[in-house]
Design a protein around this ligand. Structure first.
Ligand SMILES: Cc1ncc(COP(=O)(O)O)c(C=O)c1O
Length: 482
């Protein structure tokens, strides 16, 4: 990249296209992660609405009343889908992480206003809950009480959650469903626990909130997870997942305005404009909001219902395919559209690499206290029509990997990694280690099995230290004179 006197529009756009050449291609329907799309017209409309509202600034909705109107209408639709009454309020946010962080912040503020707590506020969290809760705790100075999940179902253990409550508890969390295994926590029982102990239950329905309601219409095994349960005080729902809206679209809802209070921030004690930020951002483009509103209008209730059925039917085909593949084992009972499977007698990370090499994108998940390493699939309308082809290739790849002799380097690396203390590594040794697993000049190798095996062998704090060091190295400013 050179930078100097300015360049022609076409030239800049062409360069952007070249930069994107190695990106994950989400347009072919072969990606089981990161991308959620529901056809060309929704995609095009989202992009048009995004651009139309790009220059509007949500910092001050009194100057851009269209943004206030769009947000109130959009949050109103989400509230309706989640059976909230007229007291339920919410906000449009930039994504699941922001929605979760805001709910955690609001719950902590609520507890501080209404109870005296000694020490730091605590979040009682099933170990399968999204990392965004750990991030919120880290940012806002809370303590996470991590609670084991039921080892068979991988869902929250309500009794253990109850036992983890103490005088400092500010928040209980349940997921509908959890991201790693796509299983739904027993939200009705968690809501009853929260009600009984007069505590705040947040339901993280970031990934499922929009889809589950449609599936529940024909699947009575899907438990309630929304405001029909009295113990639920807040819910996060992402529209940039199963709402099929462009990225930057989520909603966080609260049972009433008082509960939302701790999310809002006002500042009149500086000499500039009076600040009232409902969410984390200050200035924010109206693009994501207008795009989300437009896509919701276009697909409509009937469209989302139809898409939900398509997605679930494809998920069932994939689940059946996994279940009949020797060496693969489904984790939990995924009732929605996220599926995780592990491998018993073959190298799972090699299998993920092989699939990715064939042009499928499948995510590798490292093993944790509650579950073995797994491959994760997010089924969407974009990949649903490829389900049969995917299953056929999955079976070929699994048979292939099962025949492959084990990599002798693995045992050695496993042994070396398990005794490793990353805080004791100097930069040179660390870089040598990265080179050994194929990471060079901040670039990941095309096959990740070795990297995944090393990470898998490490304790979680060591994994985190390594990932942070890698990312710190990758995000390094570059500048070239024109
Ligand atoms: C259950 C759950 N919560 C929170 C998030 C975080 O959402 P985002 O990536 O939009 O910040 C995700 C993302 O997959 C999720 O699945």
């Amino acid at each position: 990249m050179g930078w100097g006197d300015g360049r022609e529009v076409d030239e800049v756009l062409e360069e952007l296209r070249r930069y994107a050449a190695d990106d994950l291609d989400e347009s072919q329907g072969r990606s089981f992660g990161y991308a959620y799309q529901a056809g060309e017209s929704a995609k095009r409309l989202g992009a048009q609405a995004y651009v139309q509202f790009l220059g509007k600034n949500g910092l001050d909705p009194t100057l851009f009343p269209s943004l206030l109107r769009l947000e109130n209408e959009l949050v109103g639709i989400v509230r309706h889908r989640l059976h909230g009454d007229a007291d339920v309020v919410g906000s449009f946010t930039s994504g699941g992480t922001e929605s979760v962080m805001l709910a955690v912040h609001a719950a902590i503020a609520h507890v501080r206003r209404h109870r005296s707590i000694a020490g730091t506020p605590e979040i009682v969290l099933p170990e399968t809950a999204h990392a965004a809760f750990h991030k919120a705790a880290d940012y806002f100075g809370a303590t996470v009480r991590l609670v084991s999940v039921d080892p068979a179902t991988l869902t929250a253990d309500v009794e253990a959650m109850g036992a983890a409550i103490n005088a400092n508890t500010a928040l209980l969390v349940g997921s509908a469903p959890s991201y790693p295994h796509g299983v739904i926590d027993p939200i009705p029982a968690l809501a009853a626990l929260a009600e009984e102990r007069d505590l705040w239950l947040h339901v993280d329905a970031c990934i499922g909130g929009w889809l589950l309601g449609y599936l529940a219409e024909t699947d009575p095994t899907i438990p309630s997870f929304d405001f029909r349960l009295a113990g639920v005080r807040s819910i996060s729902v992402d529209l940039h997942k199963y709402g099929y809206c462009p990225k930057g679209a989520s909603v966080v809802l609260y049972r009433d305005q008082l509960l939302r209070r701790g999310q809002y921030f006002a500042c009149a004690s500086w000499p500039g404009y009076a600040v009232l930020n409902p969410t984390i951002q200050g200035s924010k483009s109206g693009g994501p909001l207008a795009a989300a509103w437009a896509v919701l209008q276009h697909i409509g209730d009937a469209g989302y219902r139809r898409l939900a059925r398509e997605v679930r039917a494809a998920t069932e085909r994939i689940i059946a395919g996994i279940e009949r593949t020797p060496g693969l084992r489904l984790l939990g009972d995924p009732r929605m559209s996220l599926v995780a499977f592990t491998a018993d007698d073959l190298d799972l990370f090699e299998l993920v690499d092989d699939l990715n090499e064939r042009g499928w994108y499948v995510m590798a998940q490292l093993g944790s206290r509650c579950a073995p390493a797994s491959a994760h699939l997010t089924v969407t309308p974009a990949n649903a029509s490829h389900a049969e082809r995917f299953v056929a290739e999955l079976q070929e790849v699994a048979a292939d990997v099962a025949r492959r002799p084990a990599n002798p380097l693995l045992t050695m690396l496993h042994h070396a990694a398990s005794g490793l203390d990353p805080s004791a590594l100097d930069a040179a040794t660390f870089n040598q280690m990265l080179e050994l697993v194929g990471v060079r000049d901040g670039q990941l190798p095309t096959r990740m099995a070795l990297v995944n095996h090393v990470l898998e062998a490490l304790p979680t704090d060591a994994r985190e230290a390594i990932l942070l060091t890698f990312f710190s190295g990758a995000f390094r400013p570059r500048f070239e004179e024109a």
